[in-house]
Design a protein around this ligand. Sequence first.
Ligand SMILES: *[C@@H]1O[C@H](CO)[C@@H](O)[C@H](O)[C@H]1NC(C)=O
Ligand SMILES: *[C@@H]1O[C@H](CO)[C@@H](O)[C@H](O)[C@H]1NC(C)=O
Ligand SMILES: *[C@@H]1O[C@H](CO)[C@@H](O)[C@H](O)[C@H]1NC(C)=O
Ligand SMILES: *[C@@H]1O[C@H](CO)[C@@H](O)[C@H](O)[C@H]1NC(C)=O
Ligand SMILES: *[C@@H]1O[C@H](CO)[C@@H](O)[C@H](O)[C@H]1NC(C)=O
Ligand SMILES: *[C@@H]1O[C@H](CO)[C@@H](O)[C@H](O)[C@H]1NC(C)=O
Ligand SMILES: *[C@@H]1O[C@H](CO)[C@@H](O)[C@H](O)[C@H]1NC(C)=O
Ligand SMILES: *[C@@H]1O[C@H](CO)[C@@H](O)[C@H](O)[C@H]1NC(C)=O
Ligand SMILES: *[C@@H]1O[C@H](CO)[C@@H](O)[C@H](O)[C@H]1NC(C)=O
Length: 893
Amino acid sequence: MAARSCLHLLITLAVAAAAATGVLQAGRAQPDSNGFISIDCGLSGTASYVDNATKLSYSPDAAFTDAGTNNNISPEYLLPSGSRVFDNVRSFPGAAAPRSCYTLRSLVPGLKYLVRASFKYGNYDGLRRLPVFDLYVGVNFWTTVNITDAAVAQGLEAIVVVPGDSLQVCLVNTGGGTPFISGLDVRPLKNSLYPQANETQGLDLVARMNFGPADTYIRYPDDPHDRAWKPWIDPMIYAEITTTKMVQSVEEDVYEAPSAVMQTAITPHNASGSIQLRWEVKPNTNYPSPGCMFIMHFSELQLLQENTIRTFNISINNKIIGNITPDYLYADASLNNEPLRGSIQYNITLHATANSTMPPIINALEVFSIISTTTVPTNAKDVSAITTIKKQYEVKENWMGDPCVPKTMAWDWLTCGYAVSSPPTITGVNLSYNNLTGSIPEALSLLSSLTVLDLSGNQLSGSIPSELLKRAQDKSLQLRYENNPGLCINGTCPSPEGDPKLAIYISVPVVAVTVILVFVLFCLLRRKKKGSVNNTVNPHNELITHSYGSDSYGHGSMQLENRRFTYKDLQKITNNFEQVLGKGGFGYVYYGILEEGSQVAVKLRSQSSNQGVKEFLGEAQILTRIHHKNLVSMIGYCMDGDYMALVYEYMSEGTLEEHIAGRDHNKRNLTWIERLRIAHESAQGLEYLHKGCSPPLIHRDVKATNILLNLKLEAKIADFGLSKAFNRDSDTHVSASILAGTPGYIDPEYHATMMPTAKSDVYGFGVVLLELVTGKNPILRTPEPISLIHWVQQRLQCGNIEGVVDTRMHGVYDINSVWKVAEIALKCTAQASTQRPTMTDVVVQLQECLDLEYGHASSVPELSIDHVSKTRTILEMDHLERVPLPTMSSAGR
Ligand SMILES: *[C@@H]1O[C@H](CO)[C@@H](O)[C@H](O)[C@H]1NC(C)=O
Ligand SMILES: *[C@@H]1O[C@H](CO)[C@@H](O)[C@H](O)[C@H]1NC(C)=O
Ligand SMILES: *[C@@H]1O[C@H](CO)[C@@H](O)[C@H](O)[C@H]1NC(C)=O
Ligand SMILES: *[C@@H]1O[C@H](CO)[C@@H](O)[C@H](O)[C@H]1NC(C)=O
Ligand SMILES: *[C@@H]1O[C@H](CO)[C@@H](O)[C@H](O)[C@H]1NC(C)=O
Ligand SMILES: *[C@@H]1O[C@H](CO)[C@@H](O)[C@H](O)[C@H]1NC(C)=O
Ligand SMILES: *[C@@H]1O[C@H](CO)[C@@H](O)[C@H](O)[C@H]1NC(C)=O
Ligand SMILES: *[C@@H]1O[C@H](CO)[C@@H](O)[C@H](O)[C@H]1NC(C)=O
Ligand SMILES: *[C@@H]1O[C@H](CO)[C@@H](O)[C@H](O)[C@H]1NC(C)=O
């Protein structure tokens, strides 16, 4: 008790202090004196207001999230007497992040909380498209939000034990339209309540019914826990029973149904009738067989005469779960002790037993499905360090929610270590070529599991935190920071101006040539000469420089600054070449695991062939030089006697070609939005080759088998064995003596001239785009071989886009965005290379398609006025009549 009032005092003090310093936002982000957090999402300004029904104070949401935009719902959906929470929403459009989160702070670790998210679409975006998206509580999947009526407000509720002092609630765009939210409530519960919710499982509310004649939802203050109890009665079948007397809780009541709810009940008009309730629980991809809990609340409300008795048995799907004789004015609950699974429909029957003289009654019912909360979030210290870094660099991208969990939503540019027995940790941070400015944050040194840090190619200034340098020197950290002209190295700081060239031109006439400028010039010269400045500190190996003499590929010497493996190492990593991932041009690719646990792909040059040495060297050379999030990255290499191998990051989802062909039946079909993202990402990889690296490169073998996908379905370009450097100034071609490439993807102009250009890659990419749209191979056998390009052209000339679209997408796409991609693809595959766009144009146009998809909820049906069945609690009274409960049925009907 004392501890509690101290906490209360502290909170009050914090609010007072915040108010005094004018930081009202921060003050509002705290729970109120009940420990409640009540947020009106999308409310603009900083003022909170008091809700009419509950008298609870609702705050705007700006202090809880840094994503999304505020919107008012359409005026025709406003309800003057309804809750204000539903008048505005926060929506999360935009392609950068599928996940958007609210962070709820100052919670009590280990305490049980009720979290309620509410939604009313109200055509806030004027698009009349009803979205479907996923909701996460912390790092665990909570439920799918399926908006089926623009006018209906729904409240989704979870009861969970919160492990830390904060909790995130995240909305995830799954391609079904832009997520939005109207309100968010957090209410603390005693840990003894709802014993089914513990550290490893939570409860997702399916329904909470208050039977009887109430005409309004019961919430706070009638229910001190602010649960929302929905009134229900079918007066044709049921009579109402009410009392004004207080209904007491029994001792050790673990559900605490409030007296206001227990004071009303229903009973069949027909004295020999039974009560029958039917419930449907919809499975979803995360819970194909959800476990269901039915908690029924009973209290006798009539003072029964002597030798009158009310006893009834309770059965669910014809299986008896118990007999009950409700006590007068005492609340009791019955439930199925083990969660019920394997059924979609549950029939609950309350049937009077033979010796009973009264029909059954029921006062209230709660239906929950079980959700698993076993996913462990990232190490808390790492989360706090990376959050500081996020703030300093104002990283937007997908830096939302937990950094490493779920794996499919891990933050870009981070590598995470997933151990079995401890929480995930951040092991790598790659912020290279990100236009970062300012100093290197000290917080990076708080990432205690960090083994790779790449800050190269930014405009960072100041010095490197000493802790990081120390770790780099003792080789526990691989630190890269080249191409940061403003960075102080060993206490030598260049001029503060950002652009080194500018610094030279301006400073030279003014100041004498200083040591700094000499240093900068030196860097620039070195860069010109070798293509990169080399100041890597490698944890495992000394910097290795190998020369292979001059080769026809233009580069005299080859620098490998990656890890070097022996053949024996490879045997160990791959468990003696146990698992073959695929076969490439010069040998097999094997699966491997490094000592620290990261997964790799090992491409081993077949010993028997002399083929491929050049390609091997060419690829190794390129991969050591270029780094981009959409190019597969090399971790190391092996040159051990006759053995040659390249070790890459592991791309668990294989090639794009496998996904398109659909050979692996375990792999589901790609959705349109996934295809679009893959197209956009691989286009960025190619654009980087053409424009971003120096000297620029032509890939020369762009095809679906050379686009790899990782666990998050992120696309990366692979196989640079045929890639060639070209001179940006003297046009864009290189000469080669043999025709390279793959049938179906070969640029006809290149075929004629034998001069590959960057536009040859554009051509190949165009074919890949067509494959994504159609799901077909580049060469169709119909039965005469015909190129996919011609096949699509023929159909599009007649305006028949549906005729070319992959039927495995089941019509779930925005037709405009498919048209646009097909058009881009046909432009890319124009006969004359001059008519083809550049990869930069392609990236821009694909981005527009993505914006189109994220902006519109393309895959959901147009808003219809028909009512659809609901199994969810509906929070606004005004719609109660309009939305009956079709899933509940009764005896005698
Ligand atoms: C809230 O209640 C007050 C007083 O009863 C009333 O004047 C006001 O219109 C109500 N507001 C809403 C939004 O219902
Ligand atoms: C959303 O609800 C509608 C109507 O109940 C249903 O037809 C549709 O399949 C649901 N969508 C998802 C993704 O669950
Ligand atoms: C939570 O409850 C479930 C079901 O009763 C049980 O299997 C599990 O072990 C419990 N977890 C903890 C941490 O107590
Ligand atoms: C009451 O229920 C019994 C048993 O279900 C049935 O036989 C009887 O016809 C019902 N009476 C009325 C008036 O509906
Ligand atoms: C529930 O009852 C309905 C109608 O009485 C019946 O059609 C259905 O099969 C029952 N479902 C189960 C799972 O028993
Ligand atoms: C409930 O009790 C009644 C009366 O004794 C009996 O007829 C009925 O079969 C029981 N229900 C079940 C599911 O056993
Ligand atoms: C009525 O019958 C049920 C079984 O049908 C039994 O459990 C209960 O004790 C009986 N009640 C009385 C008061 O006899
Ligand atoms: C970095 O800045 C340059 C110039 O402002 C811009 O062209 C480039 O797109 C930026 N790169 C990234 C990755 O933001
Ligand atoms: C920095 O100084 C140390 C010790 O003087 C030296 O070993 C190291 O090579 C220097 N590093 C760079 C990048 O110049």
